[in-house]
Design a protein. Structure first.
Ligand code: SF4
Ligand code: SF4
Length: 248
C-alpha cells in the first residue's frame, strides 16, 4: 500500500477558505486521475497555464468550493494539502505563501519534515509540465509537418494531375496523328498503285505500238512478197506464152 504523503495541518480551515479563492493551485497527473474517478470531466475542473494544469475558478473561487467548504476534501489536490507551504523557485527555498491569511501564525521550521515531499511534488509537477509541453510541441510539429507535407505535395499532385491530363491529351493527339498517318499511307498507297498502273498502261501502250508496228511491217512484207510472186508468175506466164509461140 502506498505510504500517504504527510500534509500541512491548518488549524484555521474550519473558518478560513482564503486559499480556495482565485486559486492557481497546480495539479499532478495523480491528482487529476483521482478527481476524474469522482465523476468529474477534465474540462470541468481544469485549466492549462503554461503547460501546468490548474484548478478552474467559478465566481472567483475554486470550482470545488461549495458553501465555504471543499466538496472533494478527501480527494483534494496534493498542493492543497501542502498549502501554505510552497517551494519558491526564484529563491530556491521553502516558504509560507504570503497570500495565506494566517501566514504570520505559522512557524515554517515546524513543517521542515514536509520539505522533501513538497520538493519531490513540485519537481514532479515541472516534469509532468515538460512532458505535456513536449507532447504538445510534437503534436504541433506533426500538424506543421503534415501541413508542410501537404503544401509540398499539393503542388506536386497538381503538377502530376496536369502531366496526366497533358499525357491524355498527347495520347489522344497521337492517336489522331496515327489515324491521319494511316489515312495518309493509304492515300500514298493508292497514289503508288495508281502510278504503278499508269506505268503498266504505258508499257502496254508501248507494246501495242510495237505489235502494231510489227503488223504493219508484216503486212508490207506480205505485200512485197505477193508483188514479187506475182511478178514471177507474170514472168513465167510470159515465158510460157513465148514458148508456145515458139512451138507454133
Ligand atoms: S480543491 Fe478544495 S481545498 Fe483545494 S482549492 Fe479547491 S476547494 Fe480549496
Ligand atoms: S488561507 Fe491559510 S489559513 Fe486559510 S485555510 Fe488556507 S492555509 Fe488555512
Amino acid at each position: 500500500m502506498k505510504k500517504p504523503i504527510p500534509e500541512f495541518y491548518c488549524p484555521y480551515s474550519d473558518k478560513c477558505y482564503q486559499c480556495c479563492l482565485d486559486t492557481e493551485m497546480t495539479l499532478s497527473e495523480e491528482d487529476i486521475t483521482r478527481i476524474e474517478k469522482l465523476g468529474y470531466e477534465i474540462y470541468e475542473f481544469l485549466e492549462e497555464k503554461d503547460g501546468f494544469m490548474t484548478l478552474r475558478n467559478i465566481d472567483n473561487h475554486c470550482i470545488f468550493l461549495k458553501n465555504t467548504r471543499c466538496s472533494i476534501y478527501e480527494n483534494r489536490p496534493q498542493g492543497c494539502r501542502f498549502y501554505p507551504l510552497i517551494y519558491d523557485f526564484e529563491i530556491e527555498d521553502f516558504v509560507l505563501d504570503n497570500l495565506c491569511d494566517h501566514q504570520e501564525d505559522f512557524d515554517l521550521e515546524i513543517y521542515r519534515p514536509l520539505f522533501d515531499s513538497v520538493q519531490v511534488f513540485v519537481y514532479n509537477l515541472v516534469s509532468e509540465r515538460d512532458i505535456r509541453m513536449r507532447k504538445t510541441m510534437e503534436e504541433d510539429i506533426k500538424v506543421e509537418s503534415k501541413e508542410s507535407k501537404e503544401e509540398i505535395e499539393d503542388p506536386v499532385k497538381k503538377e502530376i494531375n496536369k502531366i496526366e491530363s497533358d499525357k491524355e491529351k498527347i495520347e489522344s493527339l497521337m492517336a489522331q496523328v496515327i489515324d491521319d498517318v494511316k489515312d495518309e499511307n493509304v492515300e500514298n498507297l493508292e497514289e503508288a498503285l495508281k502510278s504503278e498502273m499508269r506505268e503498266i498502261e504505258e508499257e502496254i501502250e508501248e507494246l501495242e505500238k510495237g505489235i502494231q508496228a510489227d503488223i504493219v511491217s508484216a503486212e508490207e512484207y506480205i505485200k512485197i512478197t505477193e508483188k514479187s510472186i506475182k511478178s514471177e508468175i507474170d514472168d513465167l506466164e510470159k515465158r510460157r506464152k513465148n514458148s508456145e509461140e515458139d512451138n507454133n
